[in-house]
Design a protein around this ligand. Structure first.
Ligand code: WT7
Length: 567
């Protein structure tokens, strides 16, 4: 049984108070995410239930119960408090996906400090601009990453403490450095949690825009109200589930649904701290009997590329519900998952700024492959006329996705950048920066980023539409479609394509692909050129950075590339 019944009925009767009641939260009371994700679950009699099954890249395994994460997050919190760090200060987590990252996250929240998770793969410059902008007081990191912090600490007067979580005593600690071992420190059974309230800041996530500096998205403890109920209803999490979210907590998916959602529900989740390999992923699902799997289109396409044969080697029958986020989920990927897993990936749409899933395919609701689904109850999502910023009166037209502000996990501001924040609103609507259309049934179809839509001779072309067509060709592994300058049409469509093993680039293949997609696309949407490449530029979270390809075509500045995977 899914938690979700008939869409119209649920939407009609929905109020965020449903979530508040399930969490026993009364408006005006103290609300602390760290407490909700550990102490409260123990109080519900689940102290000995497994919270986290962790596997490292060497195959090392660790298991933590809810009582373990309660006590260890207390241990983190006490250590921070003893350093004299005060509520409201920013503390960065700069680690691989080790247990300390997940548990430290809760510990920081228990102190009332703001947690700033950053990808451990960031280079020193990317790290520097984010620590400088947030005036971060302390950073938790690992031995293998501390050299990057050492290179920039002199330029960071606010950074008082550099804490190494796996110090082995071999080389001496340097200026401002401290060692802290979560497991070897004296266990802290009782820690007095800082009384945070609904509007107390909780998490600061940095997100890259099309231009300029990355922006710090500020969230508050009240975000839990959205994250809890969306994790429960959309990811369909039940008490006996084994959940796997493949996202890194350097990205909002890895915190909202890789820490807060599952732990506030008292669910068992597993984490694999290693890079992508189809074989390793399937083995991980088989071994842990994963039931709910939340991943991303780029990973799904990589699995598709690895082929169907390999799937037969594993028992993946435990999988019950699949979901995806981050970029358009091509119909081809949905159909593939139905074929190989017997169930579709459910697309979910949201942003760092929204803090929770806002548009989605609910479990049990018929999936239209290629559509992002319908707004989460409690979220008002509309398609706005881009010129007037008013909702279109009729379905079917392409416009901007606008959201009515006010849901619990909406960002409260961009850190130190109130102006950029205010710029995101028009006529009382929050502008997501994405374009889409809504069909007669209320399903929303993604078209592209506001700045990715290609206008060729006055005709709007969705890069997603062209990419989806390309992906259906047997030789195509991945594709990215951008515009390139054209004297007559202003813009024409250009496709970048990577090939599956066994295919090589040639004029004949280009012609073959063109003929293949010609049948699927309107003539105006046809690429004028296909360029075969070895790889596509991607963010660390796996999103294809079309704007880099776009900039190249237009001879423009590439802008901020700090989240680029191959930096
Ligand atoms: C942007 C937000 C919250 C996790 C996602 C990363 C794109 C997200 C989808 C989807 C098409 C999607 C949008 C959005 N996006 N989900 N299901 N279909 N596009 O958060 O890094 O803030 O990126 O990702 O363009 O605005 P983010």
């Amino acid at each position: 049984m899914t938690h979700f019944g008939n869409y119209e009925e649920v939407a009609r009767n929905f109020s965020w108070a449903i979530s508040e009641q399930e969490l026993d939260y009364q408006p005006g009371q103290v609300i602390n995410i760290g407490w909700y994700c550990s102490d409260r679950i123990c109080q519900q009699g689940k102290a000995d239930k497994v919270a986290l099954i962790w596997e490292g890249f060497t195959g090392e395994k660790k298991i933590f119960t809810y009582n373990d994460i309660r006590v260890y997050s207390n241990t983190f919190a006490r250590f921070i408090t003893d350093l004299g760090i005060k509520a409201g200060e920013r503390i960065c987590l700069f680690m691989d996906r080790v247990p300390e990252l997940y548990i430290g996250f809760l510990g920081i929240l228990k102190t009332g400090c703001i947690v700033q998770p950053l990808f451990s793969a960031f280079g020193e410059e990317s790290l520097f601009v984010r620590l400088e902008n947030a005036e971060t007081s302390a950073i938790f990191t690992q031995r293998k990453h501390v050299s990057k912090v050492r290179k920039i600490r002199d330029k960071l007067p606010h950074l008082k403490h550099i804490i190494i979580v796996d110090y082995d005593g071999k080389s001496p600690l340097q200026e401002r450095e401290l060692a802290f071992s979560m497991e070897k420190s004296e266990k802290v059974e009782h820690y007095e949690i800082y009384p945070t309230y609904a509007e107390s800041p909780s998490v600061l996530h940095y997100t890259s825009g099309t231009t300029g500096m990355p922006k710090g998205v500020k969230h508050v403890h009240y975000s839990l109200i959205s994250q809890y109920i969306t994790a429960k209803w959309v990811l369909d999490l039940h008490d006996d589930d084994i959940y796997w979210c493949t996202a890194d907590p350097g990205w909002v998916t890895g915190t909202s649904y890789g820490i807060i959602g599952p732990f506030s529900l008292g669910v068992t989740q597993c984490v694999l701290d290693s890079g992508f390999s189809a074989e390793a992923w399937y083995r991980f699902i088989e071994k842990n009997r994963v039931t709910v799997w939340y991943s991303a289109p780029t990973a799904i396409r990589s699995l598709m590329k690895a082929g169907d044969e390999i799937i037969k080697k594993f028992d993946l029958s435990s999988l019950r519900h699949l979901a995806s986020v981050g970029e358009p989920l091509n119909p081809e990927a949905v159909n593939w998952s139905i074929r190989v897993f017997g169930k579709p990936f459910h697309d979910t749409y949201w942003q760092t700024e929204t803090g929770c899933i806002v548009i989605t395919n609910f479990p049990g609701m018929p999936v239209k492959p290629g559509s992002m689904g319908r707004p989460f109850p409690g979220i008002t999502a509309v398609i706005l006329d881009p010129n007037k910023h008013e909702p279109y009166p009729e379905p079917g037209r392409i416009g901007l996705i606008g959201l009515k502000p006010g849901w619990p996990s909406m960002m409260r501001t961009y850190w130190n950048n109130e102006e950029a924040y205010r710029n995101k609103f028009r006529n009382g609507w929050y502008l997501t920066g994405d374009r889409a259309r809504m069909d007669q049934d209320g399903y929303i179809w993604f078209v592209g980023r506001d700045d990715d839509v290609i206008n060729t001779g006055g005709h709007l072309v969705s890069p997603f539409e062209v990419e989806s067509a390309l992906l259906e060709h047997q030789a195509v592994a991945e594709s990215a479609v951008v515009s390139k300058p054209d004297p007559i049409n202003m813009e024409v469509v250009k496709a970048f394509v990577t090939l599956k093993p066994g295919f090589s680039a040639s004029k004949d293949l280009e012609l073959d692909i063109m003929n293949f997609i010609r049948k699927k696309l309107s003539p105006l949407a046809m690429p004028q050129e296909i360029e075969f490449v070895d790889s596509l530029p991607k963010t660390r979270s796996g999103k294809i950075m079309r704007r880099i390809l776009h900039a190249r075509e237009w001879g423009e500045e590439v802008g901020d590339t700090s989240t680029l995977e191959n930096e």
